[in-house]
Design a protein around this ligand. Structure first.
Ligand code: C2O
Ligand code: CU
Ligand code: CU
Length: 471
């Protein structure tokens, strides 16, 4: 029996109450906390409900890792083992996925595919050694629609072993909330949205705040880490300063340069994507650099960086270039092509997502087959890749809607598009435009069943999902 089916049948055999005690949600590996293993970076994360002032009145029923603030930035180090000890205190199931981290499959946090969902009171230790430095993020992969919408998205920074020489780091986690007039959470999805480009929130935030201002040294060098962790919104961004350089894309140092965005040349960041910008702070104190999002009507300031203190007079040239992450280069001459068509599906049955939530409908498909659900038994992979071999994945969008297509566990590189020129930079999430066909290449060098889906969560939850097996 394949692991996926084993997990599915275990889940089926057990009632919801019994799941809480399943050994797969191991609380073991306690020895890791013993003294002497001090190289282990360990975080204890308690998933819980939270309240926060997102707008005028406190919003209750948010989900975070503390009762009164957004999920924190979690830090790790390239090549250093880390343990994320997750405890679920919610009265619903969850798992946590580490988006962008190339980790062992059983640590990937995908319900029924790599582990059973965590019931209330369950703990799970996610342990891995991140091979890649960069800006990644974390989010639930069970009850995804509502738990992400209620706030559970955080940035994970894996630091390089060689410090590039910034004065400061600034993480900006971009995401919306959907609130009513009382600032209470509204249902984050609509069937109309799910069948089209998704449902958008109405309160746009950076680190759960509206237009926050962050102080950084005057004339200093700041590493701005922008992450779009929204369920739906494709952010179109630009900065009020051109004194900077894009240094990483979706967690990986760039190999081909990407121009700094401005009002006429926006930076398009789909849900799940990240960009790192080396920024030079203004030379006089209290001057600011703002990050704008294009909105119909008026552009919106998402966050600002304000110069503070004496002028450090740094220059971008002083920064050490980021070392490339150890991603294997695909051999294009030998690469076999697998094609994936993303499109509509006839309105089918509700996917069987077990304890992980459903929107009750199917609108989307990969290769014309809608994902039958996280907990559907006997569902095979969309493709099986041979370990160590190179592949080209041909991603074909047959719909008028945009889809940020994400693959777990592996990094890939765009080769070409039928619509535009793409910079060949490693990524884990490729934004497909209307009717776009993009070829990406990878080496299948991480074994396991890797989730493959659209990161517009309403699409993911209504059929636009599946998995790719590396065996
Ligand atoms: Cu960021 Cu399967 O997701
Ligand atoms: Cu992921
Ligand atoms: Cu989509």
């Amino acid at each position: 029996m394949k692991r996926r089916d084993l997990l599915v049948s275990m889940a089926a055999a057990l009632g919801s109450g019994a799941l809480a005690g399943v050994g797969f949600a191991a609380k073991g590996n306690q020895h890791l906390h013993e003294k002497g293993e001090n190289s282990l970076i360990s975080h204890h994360l308690k998933i819980q409900t939270a309240s926060y002032l997102l707008r005028e009145k406190p919003t209750h029923g948010l989900i975070s890792l503390s009762p009164d603030g957004p999920p924190p930035v979690l830090y790790g180090r390239q090549g250093k083992p880390m343990a994320l000890n997750v405890t679920n205190t919610l009265d619903e199931y969850t798992t946590i996925h580490w988006h962008g981290i190339r980790l062992p499959n059983e640590m990937d946090g995908v319900p029924y595919l790599t582990q059973l969902p965590l019931a209330q009171g369950d703990s799970f230790q996610y342990k891995f050694t991140p091979p890649d430095a960069g800006t990644h993020w974390y989010h639930p992969h069970c009850m995804t629609m509502t738990q992400i919408a209620r706030g559970l998205t955080g940035v994970m920074v894996i630091k390089e072993s060689i410090d590039p020489g910034f004065n400061d780091d600034q993480v900006i986690n971009l995401r919306d909330f959907k609130l009513d007039k009382q600032d209470a959470l509204r249902t984050p999805y609509t069937l109309r949205g799910a069948a089209r480009s998704g449902t958008h929130g109405n309160v746009l935030t950076a680190n759960w705040r509206q237009a926050p201002v962050y102080d950084h040294p005057t004339g200093g060098l700041v590493r701005l880490r922008l992450a779009n962790t929204d369920t739906t919104r494709i952010y179109k961004l630009y900065l009020s300063s051109a004194k900077g350089e894009i240094i990483a894309w979706d967690g990986h140092p760039i190999e081909q340069s990407v121009p700094m965005p401005d009002e006429n040349q926006l930076l398009i960041l789909g849900p799940g994507q990240r960009v790192d910008i080396a920024l030079k702070m203004p030379a006089s104190e209290w001057q600011t650099i703002s990050i704008f999002a294009r909105k119909s009507g008026a552009d919106r300031v998402m966050a600002s960086l304000r110069a503070k203190g004496p002028n450090l007079k740094r220059t971008l040239a002083e920064l050490k270039p980021l070392k490339p992450n150890p991603v294997s280069q695909p051999n294009l001459k030998q690469a076999k092509i697998h094609e994936f068509v993303f499109g509509w599906s006839p309105d089918g049955l509700a996917p069987n997502n077990g304890f992980c939530g459903t929107l009750g409908k199917t609108f989307w498909s990969i290769n014309r087959k809608p994902w039958p659900g996280d907990n559907a038994k006997g569902t095979g992979p969309l493709a099986t890749l041979e370990f160590g071999k190179s592949y080209i994945l041909r991603l074909r969008n047959e719909s008028p809607n945009l889809h940020p297509i994400h693959l777990h566990g592996l990094a890939f590189k765009p080769l070409r598009s039928n619509k535009r020129k793409l910079a060949a930079n490693w990524t884990d999430t490729m934004l497909l435009l209307k009717d776009e066909i993009i070829d990406v290449a990878l080496v299948a060098d991480n074994r396991g069943d890797w989730a493959f889906h659209c990161h517009v969560i309403e699409h993911q939850k209504t059929g636009l999902a599946g998995f790719i097996r590396v065996a």
